[in-house]
Design a protein around this ligand. Structure first.
Ligand code: C2E
Ligand code: CA
Ligand code: CA
Length: 727
């Protein structure tokens, strides 16, 4: 199964996953940007601190250089420091200053040959000469000063002393400040002023330049990111001034991070909320869609697949068959007697019965075929297995047997049956529609055989059907063009052998075929809805004809289909009064079919006909289901023994006994008995002996035209003694 069919999976893949990825990407990008900004802030701050520290060191040197200018470019200094040194001058101006250590803490005087004349450090005479105290760095500074074009320019720089302390040094010539004094001849002496870069100096720098946490390390640490290297004039790295890493950006980053996370969290929550709504909508939509699909494919009453589902299942089965050659069968059935139950007991009972049948059928078809309710009381089963023919026969049999059991309905038992048609798709050309049609045709054939029958489709059915359809069309035309006729067969009183009545029998004079017997065209008329018209025609024509034969009873055959018309009784009454035919002379011949299909209605119709004075006889007795129970239940006036009961009574002992027994039963029930199809004298004798009241048959008279009947009746009445069989 495709996982995308499941809403959860589809939703996860199409909505939730992308949404989560977007959120994750947004969080990642946001964090990246923020931390990048923080780093950039920190970097630029580092650069600005670096500039400040640089400026602070330069200003430290500058201050020393300014002080140097004050002390070295001075007329008094020239006077006191060249030639013989004035110890008082040195003591008050230089030595004391080194003790106070405000402007400088170290002083040296170098002579014309750069040798140390004197030196003081922090008020004390220097322990070493300047050269050994400050090494090559000082040499380089001295060299620079000596090399300068202007003798007034001093040189400054940071150097390392013997013990490794870092000093700022200013080296420059001792020269007169005024023009009153001539500059010394030859190379000038050099004054060296030094100021240790100690903690006090650092504190001052920090204060003045607002720099926190400055640390001086003697040996430059290359790994420290924040630091300014201090190099001496000879280019040697002697120390490093470092400071704590600026963390402003980072701190800001840390500060905004919770807010950012909160915002992201809110976005996520909103998204989650929207996704949840989306998900539930999707699920709901899916559910409704499924319900709609179910409703579109299922029958509401029974829950079985409906006609359109059947169409699809059948289409699919036929398609598979065309591919792999398996056989597809379609079993089509319709319930016999359902309509009557529905009409008699109401729709609720009908619905109950349908559900009961649907459940039973579903059990039978489980795992074997696809069962659908096609509509009304029609069902269909699609079978596709290698043994379709066998399966179809088996299933049909089981369906019929299931309906054998009466169904309890509101305290009564009803019995219905079914007519089953089966068709097989055993040819490439047979599509779903054709298969449906064939099964339907077969079902109608099964119906014609009587209830609880199964018919398999056969092409000859189609031919027969086509022929019947053609006949139905022609019959319609014949009705219009008055090519139907009514003939009359006299019925004789067995006691007197006088004709006491006639049976009206319809005929069709077909222009090509000739006389079409009613056995053929009456069923067609019943099927095509022409029977009402034909029945009316026969009734009216017979009554009109019989008006001329006073005292003769008229028997008219009425089809069960005509009795289904609830207005049958009132139509008949209207016809009789229109023609003026006395109802007492009329006898309706009714077959059992109607009684069995709809006993209650039959009973009421018989009652109302008899109430009008019309007699009712049961035709074709002995061919169907009629039991004594039936006969008691319906209040007939007469029974007509079927010809099949008469055949053989003169040759076959048992046939005679059966016939006699049947007549005895009828007499016991107080019914008159007519024997029809009496073809010989001897049959007539046996029948009279057995107690038949009336006789009808070729032995006495064949059916004849109204004219012929008229003269037959007139001629026979006076010659009562001339018995017909004596002819
Ligand atoms: P049915 O009601 O049993 O009518 C008797 C049939 O037996 C008639 O056939 C009649 O000609 C035939 N018959 C009479 N005596 C003999 C005999 O001695 N030997 C033999 N072999 N046959 C005999 P028909 O006229 O062909 O009618 C056949 C059936 O058609 C009738 O059977 C009846 O069921 C039906 N039918 C005829 N006319 C009408 C009609 O007007 N309306 C309706 N609904 N059905 C009709
Ligand atoms: Ca009859
Ligand atoms: Ca009959």
């Amino acid at each position: 199964m495709n996982i995308f069919r499941r809403p959860t999976a589809r939703f996860a893949v199409q909505v939730a996953l992308p949404a989560l990825l977007i959120v994750a990407a947004a969080i990642f990008a946001g964090q990246l940007i923020l931390s990048d900004m923080a780093r950039e802030v920190d970097r630029s701050e580092t650069r600005s601190i670096e500039r400040s520290v640089n400026a602070a060191l330069n200003s430290f040197l500058q201050r020393l250089q300014d002080t140097h200018g004050d002390y070295a470019v001075w007329d008094d200094a020239v006077a006191k420091l060249y030639g013989k040194i004035d110890p008082d001058f040195v003591s008050t101006n230089l030595q004391d200053s080194t003790r106070q250590a405000i402007l400088f803490d170290t002083v040296y005087l170098l002579d014309e040959n750069d040798r140390t004349v004197f030196g003081y450090s922090r008020g004390q005479p220097a322990l070493r000469n300047a050269g050994s105290e400050f090494g090559t760095a000082l040499d380089a500074m001295v060299l620079k000063v000596r090399g300068r074009s202007s003798p007034y320019d001093s040189v400054t720089g940071f150097v390392e002393d013997q013990s490794g302390d870092i000093y700022a040094l200013a080296v420059g010539s001792v020269l007169p400040s005024s023009t009153k004094m001539a500059p010394p001849l030859g190379k000038p002496r050099l004054l060296v002023l030094g100021r240790a870069l100690d903690s006090a100096a650092l504190a001052r720098i920090s204060r003045e330049f607002v720099l926190d946490g400055l640390i001086l390390s003697r040996h430059p640490d290359a790994s420290s990111p924040n630091g300014l290297k201090i190099t001496d004039p000879s280019g040697r790295e002697i120390g490093m001034l470092s400071w704590a890493s600026p963390r402003e950006g980072y701190a800001a980053f840390r500060r905004v991070l919770p807010t950012a996370y909160l915002a992201v969290g809110l976005v996520c929550l909103t998204m989650l909320f929207l996704m949840a709504i989306g998900y539930f909508n999707l699920v709901e939509l899916r559910k409704r869609e499924q319900q709609a699909v179910y409703a579109a494919n299922h029958d509401e009453l029974t829950g079985l697949p409906n006609r359109s589902a059947l169409g699809r299942a059948l289409g699919a089965a036929v398609e598979t068959r065309q591919r792999d050659g398996s056989a597809v069968g379609l079993v089509y059935l319709d319930l016999d007697g359902f309509k009557e139950v529905n009409d008699t007991y109401g729709h609720e009972s009908g619905d109950y019965l349908l559900r009961h049948v649907a459940n039973g059928f579903a059990d039978i078809c489980e795992g074997i075929g696809f069962l659908a309710r096609v509509g009304g009381d029609e069902f269909a089963i699609v079978l596709d297995s290698p043994e379709t023919v066998k399966r179809a026969a088996e299933i049909s049999d089981r369906l019929v047997r299931f309906l054998d059991d009466p169904v309890a309905l509101n305290g009564r038992f009803v019995q219905i049956g079914t007519s089953i048609g089966v068709a097989l798709a055993d040819d490439e050309a047979i599509g779903a529609e054709e298969l449906l049609r064939r099964a339907d045709v077969a079902m109608y054939l099964a119906k014609e055989f009587g209830r609880n029958r199964v018919a398999f489709y056969d092409p000859s059915i189609d031919a027969a059907r086509a022929e019947r359809m053609r006949l139905a069309d022609q019959l319609r035309e014949a009705l219009k063009e008055d090519r139907l006729a009514v003939v009359y067969q006299p019925i004789f009183d067995a006691a007197t052998m006088q004709p006491s009545g006639v049976e009206a029998l319809v005929r069709w004079l077909h222009p090509e075929i000739g006389l079409v017997p009613p056995d053929i065209f009456v069923p067609i008329a019943e099927e095509s809805g022409l029977i009402d018209q034909i029945g009316s025609f026969v009734m009216k024509r017979a009554c009109r004809d019989a008006l001329d034969w006073p005292g003769v009873r008229l028997s008219v055959n009425v089809s069960p289909v005509q009795f289904r018309n609830p207005a049958f009784d009132s139509i008949l009454a209207a016809q009789l009064s229109e023609i003026g035919f006395p109802p007492e002379r009329l006898e309706i011949e009714m077959t059992e079919t109607h009684l069995v299909a709809n006993p209650e209605r039959a009973q009421s119709i018989i009652a109302s006909l008899r109430a009008r004075g019309v007699a009712v006889s049961l035709d074709d007795f002995g061919t169907g289901y009629s039991s004594i129970g039936y006969l008691r239940r319906f209040s007939f006036d007469k029974l007509k023994l079927d010809r099949s009961l008469v055949i053989g009574i003169t040759t076959d002992e048992r046939a005679r006994e059966l016939c006699e027994a049947t007549i005895a039963i009828a007499r016991a029930l107080d019914l008159k008995v007519t024997a029809e199809g009496v073809e010989t004298e001897r049959e007539a004798a046996v029948l009279r002996q057995a107690g038949c009241d009336f006789l009808q048959g070729y032995a006495f008279a064949r059916p004849m035209s109204a004219e012929a009947a008229g003269s037959f009746l007139h001629s026979t009445v006076p010659q009562a003694v001339a018995l017909p069989w004596s002819r």
